[in-house]
Design a protein around this ligand. Structure first.
Ligand code: ZN
Length: 56
């Protein structure tokens, strides 16, 4: 599966940020510090984040 960028919205505070779909580390919300995604070795697993848009 191709790598993409995701626009991810934090379920806790509503902050939106753009992250790499195959993140190799946890990505935390810049607004509240919640873990948005965690690495899996492939496509990142969504934790408190939800995808609102995808970019190639
Ligand atoms: Zn947040």
């Amino acid at each position: 599966m191709a790598s993409k960028f995701w626009k991810v919205k934090c379920k806790k505070c509503g902050n939106v940020q753009v992250i790499f779909s195959h993140a190799t580390r946890e990505v935390v919300c810049t607004g509240c510090g919640a873990v948005l995604v965690e690495p899996t070795g492939g496509k990142a697993h969504l934790v408190e984040g939800e995808i609102v848009e995808e970019y190639d």
